[in-house]
Write a protein that binds this ligand. Structure first.
Ligand SMILES: O=C(O)/C=C/C(=O)CC(=O)CC(=O)O
Ligand code: CA
Ligand code: MG
Length: 404
């Protein structure tokens, strides 16, 4: 099915009817859920209110997607099929067109209430690179890495939507040395969003029953704070100040054509991590620094898959809630131009990148803007767009300046 001619979409529009990513938009009391088609958003509350969609309850007329995400796969499928129909058949033009608003005219909000936030470490190349940079005297890959998807629990309350300014964090940079981070970095990641909660282990093959969709993540990282604080418990203040996500939640169903076999895992995994079908997603990321494309991280090569990550996250009996966000870990490929962080891209500052304006960078300066975007193959040669997650570095806030 392709989008109706009246929408005027090109065949390769990354927001065609094969995609239909969800969002929340508007402000304060005037906040709605929506679905993107081309460069417009269909207001889902209005569509439901006019009887165009039967979601079977008050799932869509909410300020965020959380209630809809909790409704489960049968409702997700029914709504998605109906939206494809509404946005394809010419007979719906008259009722649908007045409910469309240009993306450029609205303020996009955090699409769901972030419950818990977990960050994995699932790129073999990234883990190897960071091992070399952080622990030059040891084996880059720690002994557990190939046995389980290593991760840590992050800070859900500081997850912000794309476009939100990111203040430069202050903290301890070394013993007795407090001040603004001088080594502020990014991490380009793909995040998976839990819709249906669980109270016990989620089997690796039940991934699709629980996960609603995917977003882009920038896990901003202050490398000087991180290097000083992280042993033995892992990242803490070096990453908790902000994490940015894209405003569009791409439904898992839109990524079916992007499924690719997961990489061979050696040694073999324990039974709880062994999937009937071991697959990842061929999502191509792009990282721009002040408008200069500096990297193309390939998500398709990630060692641990999102299904394995969810199974691992719950195997101890930990519950999940609607809105839990778990990020893949920095996406890095084997080439330097495929790395998802600047500490790798510039090899700890030893090889600064040249930007189009003639300046060079190692780490982020105040006023710098980073945009991470992505696309994936869709059905029948179509493209699935993730849009972008963008953030600009502000100065540290005055309060943070009061060093102890
Ligand atoms: O190797 C380390 O000590 C640190 C690694 C990271 O900072 C990466 C992290 O947050 C997980 C990831 O994004 O892959
Ligand atoms: Ca990370
Ligand atoms: Mg973070």
């Amino acid at each position: 099915m392709s989008a109706a001619v009246w929408l005027g979409l090109a065949d390769d529009d990354p927001f065609g009817v094969e995609n239909l990513p969800y969002c929340a938009f508007g402000q304060d009391r005037f906040r709605w859920t929506g679905v993107r088609i081309g460069d417009r958003i269909l207001n889902l509350a209005a569509a439901e209110g006019r009887g165009l969609i039967e979601a079977g309850g008050a799932f869509l007329g909410q300020p965020t997607l959380s209630r809809f995400m909790a409704a489960g796969r049968p409702v997700w499928t029914r709504v998605r099929e109906r939206l494809a129909e509404l946005l394809s058949a010419a007979r719906y033009r008259e009722s649908v067109e007045p409910l469309l608003v240009p993306v450029a005219d609205v303020r996009l909000a955090l699409p769901f209430e972030v419950a818990d936030y977990v960050d994995f470490y699932s790129s073999l190349e990234h883990a190897t690179n960071l091992g070399k940079l952080f622990r030059p005297d040891g084996e880059p890959l720690l002994p557990n890495w190939r046995h389980l998807p290593v991760g840590y629990h992050g800070r859900a309350g500081t997850v912000v939507v794309s476009g939100t300014e990111v203040p430069r964090p202050c903290g301890q940079r070394r013993a007795g040395d407090f001040g603004p981070s001088a080594r502020l970095d990014i991490e380009a990641e793909v995040g998976f969003v839990v819709g249906v909660p669980s109270q016990g282990a989620v089997a690796v093959d039940d991934f699709r029953e629980h996960v609603f969709g995917a977003v882009l993540v920038n896990d901003w990282s202050a490398r000087d704070l991180q290097a000083w604080e992280y042993q033995p418990l892992g990242p803490f203040l070096g990453k908790s100040f902000r994490t940015s996500i894209s405003p569009w939640v791409v439904p898992l169903d839109a990524l079916d054509a992007a499924r690719v076999p997961g990489p061979p895992q050696e040694p073999g995994v324990l039974p709880y991590l062994a999937a009937g079908e071991h697959y990842g997603y061929d999502i191509g990321l792009e990282v721009s620094w002040n408008g200069t494309l500096v990297s193309r991280p390939p998500f398709g090569g990630m060692y641990w898959t999102p299904a394995q990550q969810l199974a691992h996250m719950t195997v101890n009996g930990a519950w999940t809630r609607t809105g839990d966000l778990y990020a893949s870990g920095t996406v890095s490929g084997p080439q330097i131009e495929q790395t998802g962080s600047f500490i790798e891209r510039t090899w700890n500052g030893a090889r600064p990148v040249l930007l189009d304006d003639g300046t060079t960078r190692s780490f982020l300066l105040d006023g710098d803007t980073v945009a991470i975007s992505a696309t994936a193959p869709g059905p029948g040669g179509s493209r699935i767009g993730f849009g972008e997650v963008i953030g600009t570095i502000g100065c540290e806030s005055a309060g943070d300046r009061r060093s102890p």
